[in-house]
Design a protein around this ligand. Structure first.
Ligand SMILES: [Zn+2]
Length: 277
């Protein structure tokens, strides 16, 4: 990692930043770094670093490890291996921190879905699909400066299947890579929120079935899909461990399971990095 200091700080600004940083809630357990597409970069920041670091224009999450601020940067599955950086724009210049991303080959998964309409939608389905896509994009890209608890609970105990990042071929046709973690469990199994947050989107969607988006703060977003029941309301504040819905088989599925996607700075990353195994 290479640090690049172009601009210093006034003593007043340093004092203000220290006061601000002391008000953040310390987190006990931290996500694991994985410097590959679909992973997370964990970048140590100095106490006097600016709080507004961005990655490709999106604000990044800042948490604290033993009092030291760390940026957690979500790396898109589409990211090219090589050198990347986060940056903070200041009046006198740009402050950058660099990191290296390695290549990762994800395996291919062939899936047979009996409801062919979920693989090749009718022309009459397209208005609905496009409207839902816009709502999902908006929810995934939401950012609020709320303090965030990154010490996650597993949403339910079950068999983890269909690992994150796999390239997927539905009924012989290539589709987007798998953007989350699948956890197989019986229909009706309660799903709990891995951390505190707020419900920012929900409904019955064409591909995802019944879904719920929870904003955990600072661009960290959970999405739960294929539910048989939704037990929360739009705008509701959620406690860590609160039941948000039940496992089901709605949308494009081959059987009952929870699909859990985890977003960070507007991109889906591997939720396993937030779990202690
Ligand atoms: Zn899935």
């Amino acid at each position: 990692m290479r640090n690049h200091f172009v601009q210093g700080f006034s003593h007043l600004r340093i004092a203000l930043l220290l006061i601000l940083s002391l008000t953040l809630i310390p987190a006990a357990a931290q996500p694991r770094q994985s410097l590959v597409p679909g992973g997370i970069a964990v970048i140590e920041l100095g106490q006097d670093d600016p709080r507004d670091f961005r990655f490709r224009g999106k604000p990044v999450l800042v948490t604290r490890v033993n009092g030291v601020p760390n940026a957690l940067v979500g790396l898109p599955l589409s990211l090219k291996p090589g050198e990347h950086f986060i940056e903070a724009r200041l009046s006198g210049g740009v402050h950058k921190k660099f990191f290296q991303v390695a290549d990762k080959k994800y395996s291919t998964q062939h899936i047979t879905v009996t409801d062919k309409r979920k693989v090749n939608p009718y022309a009459s389905d397209m208005d609905r699909i496009l409207a839902e896509k816009a709502r999902k994009q908006k929810a995934r890209n939401r950012y609020t400066s709320t303090p965030v608890d990154v010490d996650f609970l597993l949403p339910l105990s079950g068999i983890r299947t269909g690992s994150f990042g796999r390239r997927r071929v539905f009924n012989g046709q290539q589709r987007r890579p798998h953007s989350g973690m699948d956890i197989a469990a019986a229909s009706g199994t309660p799903i709990v929120s891995p951390s505190a947050g707020k419900v920012i989107e929900l409904g019955d969607f064409f591909f995802s079935g019944n879904l719920v988006y929870i904003d955990h703060g600072q661009g960290l977003i959970s999405m739960f899909a294929h539910l048989s029941a939704i037990d929360v309301k739009l705008g509701e504040k959620i406690e860590k461990g609160q039941v948000v819905g039940k496992v089901g088989a709605t949308g494009r599925v081959t059987g009952p399971h929870l699909h859990w996607s985890l977003g960070l700075n507007g991109t889906w990353i591997d939720p396993a990095l937030f779990l202690s195994d």
